[in-house]
Design a protein around this ligand. Sequence first.
Ligand code: SPD
Length: 285
Amino acid sequence: MEMNRNQNWIDEIYKNSRYGLKGKIITKKKSNFQEIIIMETESYGKALMLDGCWMTTDQGEKYYHECLVHPALSSLENPSKVLIIGGGDGGTARECLKYKKVNNIDLVEIDEEVINLSKKYLKEIGGKVWSDHKLTINIKDGFEWVKNTQDNYYDAIIIDCSDPSNFANTLFSYEFYLECKRTIKDSGILATQSESPECFKEIHLHISKLLKNLFKNSSTMYSFVPFYPSGIWSWTFASDNAKEFLKVNCKEIKKIEKSCDVWNLNFQEGAFKMMPNKISKELLM
Ligand code: SPD
């Protein structure tokens, strides 16, 4: 992705549009995988940008992380073993740890530097998760990790990845989802961020079609992430457990709803009905 640095503005440039935040750069590093910028912004607190794309902000991240985690985990009776692929800022793990029955989280992040910088500068996001004994951090490639996992192992796999790029491309492939299906228990669920139906329409459709073909059930919810290109974003859930798919099975649901800034069950109900017509028409084709 191209980037435009103009005085105090940093823009994510997507095709001919710019999505900018105003503020001050706190740190800028080149890791083995990507350029990492952390900026103190005027609108959303500290923001993380990877290779020219906004990933998260400490005052806006809940629009994203709550939607990725709660539809999936609230539907499981016993979400004991969870795999997070990506998620180096800690926000997804934090939301998972709200569920008492979550006993083990494997967080598999390819770029250790993202975790190091998030721990240092984005403390509001990960908070105490980094010292929680239920969390194991693995600095590994997500695809390799699932390939090496035994069958029927995880209750939930949550894919909190960046947009497609040289090293994230595999996380959008048929082969990867097939490995996920193999490693998720029959009662389990897969949740993935599924990009914007506006700015990333092709990849969005690609994810929806693959998951629809691979799993007995899949469904996409739409909401907004104010600092992502076009604002509209999506999350897709898939499972072979037809009976329980996206039904609420969690006993502590009231408490979890209260703990959230954005997500609640009403919000979720509406968000699953938000598929734009132009997307549903293409999915039928
Ligand atoms: N266009 C940005 C898509 C990024 C999705 N993942 C964000 C990671 C936040 N934990």
